[in-house]
Design a protein around this ligand. Structure first.
Ligand SMILES: [Fe+2]
Length: 142
């Protein structure tokens, strides 16, 4: 249940990202800006759900603080760094810079999501499965 919910979030973010990239590649600056703003909000919200609810619950339950969640948090920081750069590229009106950064972010996100979907979410499911409903509620409430 946690896995399905979180994986659904990934697909939702992916769709928003694709929309922003396709607007940018069609030279539609305003379209790229508005699709990007939506995507950025969705991704930042998703990262917050993990960092503020899911990871702490997993860490508390398993005692694993320096393991997979530490790696995921580090990758989240890299994503936020790229988001900041993409935002600046759009503000400056440079769609080429934006698209270059988007390519880098896309690779990072796909590798990151793969690790979460195939490793961390199933581990989380095993550790926290009984509390899934409450945890999803807490994530939704953020
Ligand atoms: Fe993540």
């Amino acid at each position: 249940m946690i896995s399905e919910f979180m994986t659904g979030e990934h697909r939702h973010c992916d769709a928003g990202f694709a929309k922003a990239e396709s607007a940018a590649s069609e030279d539609d600056l305003e379209g790229a800006r508005s699709a990007y703003a939506e995507f950025e909000a969705a991704l930042l919200g998703h990262l917050a759900m993990e960092e503020q609810v899911l990871f702490p619950a997993f860490e508390a339950k398993t005692g694993m603080n320096g393991g997979p969640t530490a790696v995921m948090r580090m990758e989240h920081d890299q994503m936020r760094g790229l988001l900041g750069q993409m935002q600046r590229a759009l503000s400056g009106g440079s769609l080429d810079d934006f698209l270059g950064l988007a390519e880098t972010l896309n690779v990072l996100i796909q590798q990151h999501n793969m690790k979460e979907e195939h490793m961390l979410y199933p581990m989380t499911e095993r550790a926290l499965g009984g509390e899934a409903t409450a945890i999803i509620e807490r994530m939704r409430a953020l």
